[in-house]
Each structure stands twice: as structure tokens, then as C-alpha cells.
Design a protein around this ligand. Structure first.
Ligand SMILES: NC(=O)c1ccc[n+]([C@@H]2O[C@H](COP(=O)([O-])OP(=O)(O)OC[C@H]3O[C@@H](n4cnc5c(N)ncnc54)[C@H](OP(=O)(O)O)[C@@H]3O)[C@@H](O)[C@H]2O)c1
Length: 221
């Protein structure tokens, strides 16, 4: 459990993913500060109640307080949330990006961008002095921590420009119950990881089933 000497993670966004990852960090002893547009909303109150010891602040104050941050934001709010957090407040820090660039305008989600750009790259461009690592985007929120499924443990794919930041995320994933993640290279590999999430979503929509995960068999040892 957390105490005042433990590191603080800024969870920017207090929706489904924000709360799931906040619980995981809290269980590892991190202090959690949610960045929120409304610290007094029922949703923020609920998020804090779900994570013992968590507090809520503006996006900027949360970003400043965190030694690392998680962008638990939808595609439509990604730029606004980052702008509210402030690039300077995240400079020099690990920023974990579980987002997917989903367009819901025609009903079932589709990818808003791909092939030549990605949400991960956008985030890194908006936060040039942060070490952005794409992670957690290919699994449902409820399996982001302790991801064991009935027929095995899925794998997590990550991407980012900074090897030290990816090693930090790998250690976190191990602590959260994952195997060593599969490192797909620099942040441009988000162009692969975000469509992989689309495959996950499409399977979910076709089967109305939301507890699946990916695993890579026969990995290089
Ligand atoms: N849900 C999943 O299982 C899952 C799995 C993998 C990846 N992802 C990805 O993770 C991200 C977060 O998903 P989620 O399911 O947690 O979404 P969510 O439950 O809708 O929560 C989104 C959060 O972002 C905030 N937000 C929305 N628009 C904003 C804006 N313009 N400025 C600042 N904050 C804003 C919301 O705040 P308010 O309460 O103020 O609206 C809310 O706290 C998405 O990119 C999603 O594609 C989701």
C-alpha cells in the first residue's frame, strides 16, 4: 500500500482505464493522483473511492505531481487533455499511452488514423521532452492488471523511443502480472499496435465477447 515516500503516478483521466490502472499502481504502493476536468464530479468521487488514498487535481497539477503519468483519455480528448496537463509538467517523465484513435462517428468504432501516423506518435510529438511508451492498448481495462484468462496469460506489446522508459514499463507489467512484454521498437510501431487493438475490438463486436487477449506463440528465446 502507498505511503508518502512512495512515487506518485498521475492518472490523466478517471474513466474505465484510468481507474483500472490506478488500482494496479496503488496495489504496487504508488500514490495516485487523478487528473480531472472536474474534481467534484460524481465520476471523480467514484474513482477516488475505488482507489484507496487517491486524490484528484487539475490535469496540470496532477501532471506536475507525478513522477510518471498515464494518458487514460479518448482519441477525441487526447490533445485537449495533454494541453491541459502541459508539456512542461511532463518533461523528462515516463508517459504511458494506452489510448486508441477510435472514431465512433459512424456507429461501430473504426481507426481515425493509421499507416502513416498513430496516436502514440501524436502524443510523443505533443510531449517532445517526455518518454512516451505505448502499452496496455491491446487489452480490455478489466484485464490490464492480473490478466490471466481461462486458457492462459496474454502478451502485451509495447513501443517507444526510450529504452530505459520501456524497461520501466516492462517492470511495471511484470508487477501487474504480465509476462515480459514484446518490444516492437520505437513509437512508430504504434501504427501496428493500434490496429491490433482494432482487431481486438472487432472480435468483441462480432461476438459480443470482451474478455479475450492476444498471445504470441513461439517467441524468440
Ligand atoms: N476501455 C477499455 O477497455 C480500453 C482498453 C484499451 C485501451 N483503451 C483506450 O484507453 C483510452 C481511455 O479509455 P476509457 O475507456 O477509460 O475512456 P472513458 O471511460 O470514456 O474515460 C475517458 C476519460 O477521459 C476524460 N476526457 C474525455 N474528454 C476529455 C477532454 N476533452 N479533456 C480532458 N479529459 C477528457 C473523461 O473525463 P470526463 O469524466 O470529464 O468526461 C474521462 O475521465 C481510450 O483511448 C481507449 O481507446 C480503452
Amino acid at each position: 500500500m502507498s505511503n508518502a515516500n512512495n512515487p506518485t503516478v498521475a492518472i490523466l483521466g478517471n474513466g474505465v482505464v484510468g481507474v483500472a490502472l490506478a488500482k494496479g499502481f496503488s496495489a504496487q504502493g504508488y500514490q495516485v493522483v487523478f487528473g480531472t476536468r472536474d474534481a467534484n464530479s460524481a465520476k471523480t468521487t467514484e474513482a477516488m473511492a475505488a482507489v484507496p488514498g487517491a486524490r484528484a487535481a487539475t490535469f496540470a497539477d496532477a501532471a506536475r505531481a507525478g513522477q510518471l503519468a498515464v494518458l487514460a483519455l479518448p482519441w477525441t480528448g487526447l490533445e485537449a487533455g495533454i494541453e491541459a496537463a502541459g508539456a512542461d509538467n511532463l518533461a523528462g517523465k515516463l508517459v504511458i499511452d494506452p489510448s486508441n484513435p477510435l472514431d465512433f462517428s459512424t456507429g461501430a468504432p473504426t481507426l481515425a488514423i493509421g499507416h502513416t501516423d498513430s496516436a502514440g506518435e501524436l502524443v510523443q510529438r505533443l510531449l517532445p521532452k517526455a518518454s512516451v511508451v505505448k502499452a496496455f492498448n491491446t487489452i480490455t481495462a478489466s484485464h490490464m492488471v492480473n490478466p490471466t484468462l481461462v486458457d492462459g496469460t496474454p502478451d502485451m506489446w509495447i513501443a517507444g523511443n526510450d529504452d530505459a522508459a520501456k524497461a520501466q514499463v516492462a517492470a511495471l507489467l511484470r508487477a501487474f502480472g504480465w509476462r515480459a512484454p514484446i518490444d516492437m521498437g520505437d513509437i512508430t510501431a504504434s501504427r501496428l499496435l493500434e490496429p491490433l487493438a482494432m482487431l481486438w475490438i472487432s472480435y468483441g463486436v462480432r461476438n459480443n465477447h470482451w474478455t479475450h487477449g492476444f498471445s504470441l506463440l513461439g517467441q524468440k528465446t
